[in-house]
Write a protein that binds this ligand. Structure first.
Ligand code: ASP
Length: 456
């Protein structure tokens, strides 16, 4: 409601954000074509576009920890008993894994058919390997420190929740908060109620803060996109065009085919309607490249556009922003296979199944921040015998692909919250959603609600 206030004064917020995206991208591409190496452009990026974009991103990042803490604690407490939390938690994880696995299969099928790695020019390969070698070495090192084994699971339990929060270890923070929420449900109401009241107050204050941040969104988005496009090496994009196009096509198939179809078949929302209502969500994910930074918008979209109950949104969506990454897993699988093709490593079907499984598992551990998945891709590459340094080949185009893969990442989260709401037979349009009739699109409230519940 807060973030939509702009809508009442004229142009709806999502239109303003889209406009910001278009203006930023258009002027960035133009500036790139005209003055790519000019110091003045560099100056404008460093002193105007980047700071505006970063302030917007930081305003969002700054609320993520309190948002995750209050929404999960209140979500768990709102769900009530442990049995219900367990049931919804189980279903949520199942949907996460199923949609993520579907995404990887879409990606791998495409990369197996087109085989973009085989047509990569060896001189381009050598040049990219050399140019991005230092960054690649960093990523290889990061993948070694993270590693994968029993400790990956042990580390989910934080020694110190404040330290986990400070390091941006969302899984640790989520684990602590889940246990905290469960503990609250076991206390007598006289003890738990005051705590819940405080959490609710903090939650509402956080929501207001997100409203402030979203007012900046059109400018922040323009700044972020301008900074990317103005200095982007479009030649790298050209030399890897087949790979880039394949990844974008696969992401689009998953986003507009698989996820949208699932929303139609399982929830009863028409594809056009679904896409229309997640516009702001898609644009925010695309421009921030971060599921975490998009989390406030994901929660708001679920509640205000679809009427997902607060406790379901509060429980499912922070989990999703951290654990459910459809687009990332798809990208991981495709990239490992693409690089295997480039380096002439023949991956048999069993090995490809390993890639699918590892992409699904590692996507759970990927941090919902820009380029969070790169160290984990290196991990999967090395596991199946592709040299980790090969990641250098795609680093130059990662930014664009990161923007694109974050969109299905958050859409998958949103869809999961809808599926859970539906499967728990909860009403889709709760009081929060009905409180937004001022949204200019008249179809927003009543008919849309009817459409959603029609599938019941
Ligand atoms: N940027 C992605 C996200 O935040 C993570 C990644 O794939 O690097 O969802």
């Amino acid at each position: 409601m807060h973030a939509e206030t702009g809508a009442r004064r004229g142009m709806p917020l999502h239109t303003k954000i889209l406009l910001g995206l278009a203006v930023g991208a258009g002027s960035g591409v133009l500036a790139n074509a005209l003055w790519r190496d000019a110091p003045a452009l560099q100056w404008a990026v460093d002193n105007i576009a980047q700071p505006i974009g970063q302030i917007f991103l930081r305003m969002l990042f700054m609320v993520v920890v309190p948002l995750v803490f209050t929404s999960i604690a209140l979500g768990v407490a709102g769900l009530g008993d442990l049995k219900k939390v367990g049931r919804i938690g189980g279903k949520t994880l199942l949907i996460f894994v199923a949609t993520t696995a579907l995404a990887v299969v879409v990606g791998l099928t495409l990369v197996n058919i087109v085989r973009p790695g085989e047509s990569l020019d060896p001189t381009i390969r050598a040049a990219l390997l050399e140019e991005y070698a230092p960054q690649a070495a960093e990523k290889v090192q990061a993948s070694e420190t993270n590693g994968f084994g029993v400790n990956t699971f042990v580390n989910i339990v934080p020694r110190n929740p404040l330290d986990a929060a400070a390091r941006g270890d969302m899984l640790g923070l989520i684990f602590f908060t889940l246990i905290f929420g469960i503990a609250l449900t076991r206390l007598p109401a006289s003890v738990s109620q005051p705590v819940l009241k405080v959490l609710e107050g903090i939650g509402q204050a956080v929501a207001e803060m997100i409203g402030f941040a979203m007012k900046l969104a059109p400018f922040g988005v323009a700044g972020l996109i301008f900074a990317v496009t103005a200095r982007f090496g479009f030649d790298v994009l050209r030399s890897l065009s087949l790979y880039v196009i394949m990844v974008l096509v696969a992401l689009a198939i998953h986003q507009f085919g698989v996820l949208t179809l699932l929303a139609r078949l399982l929830v009863g929302i028409r594809p056009g309607e679904f896409i229309r209502r997640i516009r702001a969500l898609m644009v925010t994910a695309f421009s921030t490249s971060s599921s975490n930074a998009t989390l406030p918008t994901t929660i708001r979209t679920a509640q205000e556009e679809f009427g997902v109950p607060k406790e379901v949104a509060g429980f499912v969506l922070p989990l999703g922003a951290t654990m459910n990454m459809n687009g990332t897993a798809l990208f991981e699988g495709m990239t490992v296979l693409f690089l295997a093709q480039v380096f002439g490593v023949d991956l048999s079907l069993p090995m490809q199944i390993v890639v699918v499984i590892m992409s699904v598992i590692t996507a759970i551990g990927v941090a919902g921040v820009p380029s969070g998945s790169i160290p984990l891709i290196v991990l999967v590459m090395e596991m199946v015998g592709v040299p980790g340094e090969g990641i250098a080949l795609i680093l130059g185009v990662d930014r664009i692909l990161d923007m694109a893969r974050t969109v299905p990442n958050v859409t998958g989260d949103l869809l999961t919250s809808l599926l859970i709401t539906k499967s728990e037979r909860l009403p889709f349009f709760g009081p929060e959603a009905e409180a937004v009739p001022a949204e200019p699109a008249p179809e927003h409230a009543a008919p849309a609600g009817a459409q959603v519940t029609a599938g019941d």
